[in-house]
Design a protein around this ligand. Structure first.
Ligand code: PLP
Length: 347
């Protein structure tokens, strides 16, 4: 009954089994082990192109390390104002890049638009010594609002990005959820649409702690190994990280988990939207739901043992966030909807 986040969950059994299996033997440290070596081929096969892969432990490290190679210290990174890199990483992108500036854009439902980006870049002061120099664009897929950029939207953003000689980074903490919704291949969702670097998330979708920075132009990654070590993210027992990622990809576990989380979100959103007095804030396109609920209902839900975050306090009505995951219980969805109904529908 915990809808606070997709990282309140435990570990998917398949991934836990892979960790236990990895624990049987000794292995060469610092990523020279066989599981880590296999990842390069595995991800290249998945993305239908040669990629450079760097496992790390957190999404913040993945984002910040990825961005650190895309921008000089005097560069600018364009992102949405509610993006995780802007609001929730304690300045790590600025720290890892040696001081690059995050320039935020507004945009409905957690998305920036290619038109706004173009407008912003047109007056960015490229070549002006007094101004930070445009270097990268970062979008989140699925977004912090639980929406998904369409392939056309990604392509249009990539086109503007590249026309100004910038690089496009995607924060894919929920990449599996987005991909399931898009119904396309990993390649189509990324480099074929113009993405240069992806933070490929796994922790929110069944791993214990595993993310990967994926470069679609391996040459871009030349300095990443040093940056990862310098930042303390080169694990000596890297095999435990790589084993999680291997198991995550094995038999499409990542897509099955993402599809299940999305299905649960859809079921919850559909159930709630049918109740008078309940209003969804954004279209539900992945595994996060933002919904306006009367305060009396929120109080009753907490009293009934449900856990979730208030997002924006209102007066009588507040915005809350509900997040589903690979192991959300269908019964918990039904119980949540019933509790809201019992508060708002007079028999
Ligand atoms: C959009 C997004 N990006 C990245 C992250 C990664 O965060 P962490 O550094 O906690 O793994 C999160 C986690 O909340 C997220 O929601």
């Amino acid at each position: 009954m915990n809808f606070s986040s997709d990282n309140v969950t435990g570990v998917a059994p398949e991934i836990m089994a892979a960790l236990v299996a990895t624990n049987q033997d000794a292995a060469t440290p610092y990523g020279e082990d066989r599981a880590t070596q296999r990842l390069q081929d595995r991800f290249s096969e998945l993305f239908e192109n040669e990629v450079a892969v760097f496992p790390v432990v957190t999404g913040s490290a993945a984002n910040s390390l990825a961005l650190s190679v895309l921008t000089p210290p005097f560069g600018a990174i364009y992102c949405h104002e509610v993006s995780h890199i802007n609001l929730d990483e304690c300045g790590a992108p600025e720290f890892y890049t040696g001081g690059a500036k995050l320039v935020t854009l507004k945009g409905e439902a957690g998305k920036i638009s290619s038109a706004d980006l173009a407008k912003q870049l047109a007056t960015a002061g490229t070549g002006v010594v007094h101004r930070v120099q445009p270097a990268a664009v970062s979008i989140t897929q699925a977004t912090e609002a639980g929406t998904v950029y369409s392939l056309d939207e990604v392509r249009a953003i990539a086109q503007v990005t590249h026309s100004h000689n910038l690089k496009l980074h995607v924060d894919g903490a929920r990449f599996a959820n987005a991909l399931v919704t898009l119904g396309c291949t990993p390649a189509e969702a990324t480099w074929k649409a113009g993405v240069d670097v992806l933070s490929f998330g796994a922790t929110k979708n069944g791993a214990m702690a595993a993310e990967a920075v994926i470069f679609f132009e391996p040459e871009l990654a030349a300095s990443l190994g040093y940056r990862r070590k310098r930042s303390g993210h080169l694990l000596s027992k890297m095999r435990f990280l790589s084993a999680q990622l291997e198991a995550y990809l094995q038999d499409d576990l990542w897509l099955k988990n993402g599809a299940f989380a999305n299905l649960m979100a859809d079921r919850l959103a559909t159930g709630l939207a049918a109740i008078p007095g309940v209003e969804l804030r954004y279209p539900v396109q992945a595994n996060e739901i933002f919904v306006y609920l009367p305060e009396t209902v929120i109080t009753e839900l907490f009293a009934s043992g449900f856990k979730f975050y208030r997002w924006e306090p209102g007066g009588d009505i507040s915005l809350v966030r509900l997040v589903t995951a690979f192991n959300t219980q269908p019964d918990a969805i039904a119980a949540f909807v019933e509790t809201v109904k019992s508060c708002l529908i007079i028999p």
